[in-house]
Design a protein around this ligand. Structure first.
Ligand code: ZN
Length: 201
């Protein structure tokens, strides 16, 4: 598309990592980082779908932008808190925070459904069952964040991913993208709680 730029960048250090990629509306650009163990091409496909959401100015995109303007807490969520409680600015009500997370999750879900279609269409060798499970895990984590102000993280401070527990969490997620979850499966909630209990001090 005319006027848009795409940049593929080197991997970030874990301490700097907030995103694997992003689409920036103001500069009309996609940034895609190489992250070990993760297909950069699916990150690129995902960010491209955000670009399309923006270019077509669809409802989920607009609603997220409005929520973001009203409650700009995105940066804070993805600071490496490693399972510590996030202290949102008290000027934002819990209702606004919940609304922001709902709009964010809805926008990402829409994007991911379209990303899977794109990856299928171009026969990109990405494990789409695993991909859908990861999307569902993200949706459940959003639900958890809404009521606990903690983003359940599978990373630890010493930069290791808890792969075993991550695989277990993924195994509890459906292999097709679910609608907005009404609740978190019990077993998954137990995992989230364990991550928080056993976080780095
Ligand atoms: Zn996204």
């Amino acid at each position: 598309m005319l006027g848009y730029t795409i940049t593929l960048a080197k991997p970030l250090k874990m301490s700097e990592m907030k995103w694997m990629g992003y689409f920036d509306e103001a500069s009309k650009s996609i940034m895609c980082y190489k992250v070990a163990g993760y297909g950069w091409i699916s990150v690129l496909a995902h960010e491209f779908r955000h670009l399309e959401q923006c270019a077509a100015n669809i409802k989920v995109w607009r609603e997220f932008q409005d929520a973001h303007a009203k409650t700009p807490i995105m940066e804070l969520i993805f600071k490496p808190h490693f399972n510590k409680r996030i202290h949102f600015n008290p000027k934002y009500s819990q209702r606004d925070i919940i609304s922001f997370i709902d709009k964010w999750a809805a926008m990402e879900r829409d994007c991911e459904v379209k990303t899977i279609k794109l990856l299928k269409e171009f026969k990109i060798p990405v494990d789409l069952v695993n991909y859908a499970k990861e999307v569902n895990l993200f949706l459940y984590r959003c639900e958890y964040l809404k009521y606990h102000n903690v983003w359940p993280s599978f990373y630890t401070k010493n930069k290791k991913t808890k792969y075993r527990i991550y695989s277990k969490a993924l195994s509890l997620c459906a292999d097709k993208i679910i609608p907005k979850p009404k609740s978190i499966p019990d077993e998954l909630e137990v995992i989230f709680e364990k991550l928080i209990r056993e976080r780095d001090q």
